[in-house]
Design a protein around this ligand. Structure first.
Ligand code: IMP
Ligand code: MG
Length: 183
């Protein structure tokens, strides 16, 4: 797996430092409020698991699974719910936890979906942000690390279902994508 990496873009140390800072801010901002963290599967799980351990107030958690990407590296623009949340979010404060905001299409869809269910408010927390590719504006209340327009893997993010378990955010060697096209 490590042989497929061209470059480490964000190290695990800088990720942890940032996640700690976000957890602290969230704990302060939502003190005394009913907070529900909703993780976006599958990519958001690594960040989610790290983040909740830096949050020092009581929280509820749930997960939603959506699909916006096929096996390629380009956005289809189509968002489909594969697994919805189970809990009632009405009158609660919702924080969507996402791995990366790219075009913004997934988050726009999720924010609208949850807002229709009567919560107190819906905000977004993302580990990574790729603002150069944004198609729709989504306010990011908690933004981790801004990265350039490169396809990245690791820290939950995949290419063709793999590399999610890399602890750093990495760029793959072009040869890895080339072999995908041959399939
Ligand atoms: P968006 O709808 O274009 O904002 O993309 C949302 C999702 O696409 C992210 O949460 C990721 O799961 C996936 N995605 C976007 N860019 C990348 C990337 O560089 N590597 C891996 N997955 C990505
Ligand atoms: Mg995602």
């Amino acid at each position: 797996m490590y042989g497929d990496i061209q470059e480490i873009l964000v190290t695990k140390e800088s990720l942890q430092e940032k996640v700690k800072e976000l957890g602290k801010r969230i704990s302060g901002d939502y003190e005394g409020k009913e907070l529900v963290l909703i993780g976006v599967l599958k990519g958001g799980v690594v960040f989610f698991a790290d983040l909740i351990r830096y949050i020092t107030i009581p929280i509820e958690m749930d997960f939603i699974s959506v699909s916006s990407y096929g096996s390629s590296t380009k956005s289809s623009g189509v968002v489909r719910i594969i697994k919805d949340i189970d809990i009632d979010i009405s009158h609660k404060h919702v924080l969507i936890v996402e791995d990366l905001v790219d075009t913004g299409l997934t988050l726009r869809y999720l924010k609208d979906l949850f807002e229709d269910r009567g919560p107190e408010d819906v905000k977004v927390c993302t580990a990574l942000d790729k603002p150069s590719r944004r198609k729709v504006e989504v306010p990011l209340a908690y933004n981790g690390i801004t990265i350039p327009d490169k396809f990245v893997v690791g820290y939950g993010l995949d290419f063709d279902g793999k590399y999610r378990n890399l602890p750093d955010v990495c760029v793959l060697k072009p040869s890895v994508y080339a072999s995908d096209d041959d399939k």
